[in-house]
Design a protein. Sequence first.
Length: 179
Amino acid sequence: MTMKSVGKAALAMVEEVRRQFNTTPGLMEGTTRPDYSRCVEISTDSSLKEMIAPGALVMLTPVIAGSLFGTRCLAGVLAGALVSGVQMAVSMSNTGGAWDNAKKYIEAGASEHARDLGGKGSDCHKAAVIGDTVGDPLKDTSGPSLNILIKLMAVESLVFAPFFYSCAKGEGLIFQFFQ
């Protein structure tokens, strides 16, 4: 969800920059200043709108699991979120960093191998730029946000623990009907 959000925001930003270049006279020559505030507005609006669904998912999952299915189910959800979330966060951060460093490695051309890859402008460099474009959101947004997700789910579960336990003595509301 976060990777799609970054992509949508980036596409909206590219469209705005293209619009400004096409409609603002003197922008290409440097005689007119671009409308920076519109770009900041796009970024801010996207960051708020696009995080509603992931935020709702994180906030509602413990409440639904704990109240409907009980505290044992909630413990399983939290354990699964912890194990898979940590692995995904580390993987995303490392992958994004590797793609970023691959581009820098090719551009620097400091070793024989880097020079053999062709340097800036080569097909290898073009591929590395695309990898860096995907890698930046991985290492800068999606990876670190998973750490916050895990912590938020755990804290919310602790805050609502008395409520979850009071729902059919911890067995969950849904299982009341099957006794």
